[in-house]
Design a binder for this molecule. Structure first.
Ligand SMILES: [Cu+2]
Length: 114
């Protein structure tokens, strides 16, 4: 009976010490943030590994924007407003230029490379 408790405690300790840090390190690594401020994507160009999610966060005071991969032939996505974000996961390698729908001069590129 007591052995069971010791084993459970051992298991929980091992979980916290070894597994949780790995889990959090990976989940932190798999999202890259691009800020949108003063009509610019910052950083304007990023290079990520396949499987990474890019999160665009609107940091403007009142201006909405969008992230549109027009060259992929996709329809223009919805605008998002200050403090909102737009996520996209990239599975395949390649270079993916994008622009803001309502502001064509706002551009950026996501490079996906192993
Ligand atoms: Cu815009």
């Amino acid at each position: 009976m007591k052995l069971h408790i010791v084993l459970v405690q051992y298991f929980l300790t091992a979980l916290m010490v070894f597994i949780l840090p790995i889990y959090y390190a990976h989940s932190a690594e798999d999202v890259i943030t691009v800020e949108i401020f003063k009509f610019q994507f910052t950083p304007q160009e990023i290079t990520i590994k396949p499987g990474t999610t890019v999160r665009w966060i609107n940091k403007e005071k009142r201006q909405y924007h969008s992230v549109w991969f027009e060259q992929l032939g996709e329809p223009e996505p919805d605008y998002f407003f200050p403090d909102e974000h737009y996520d996209r996961k990239f599975s395949n390698e390649g270079s993916f230029p994008y622009r803001c729908g309502p502001h064509p001069k706002m551009t950026g590129v996501v490079h996906v490379k192993k």
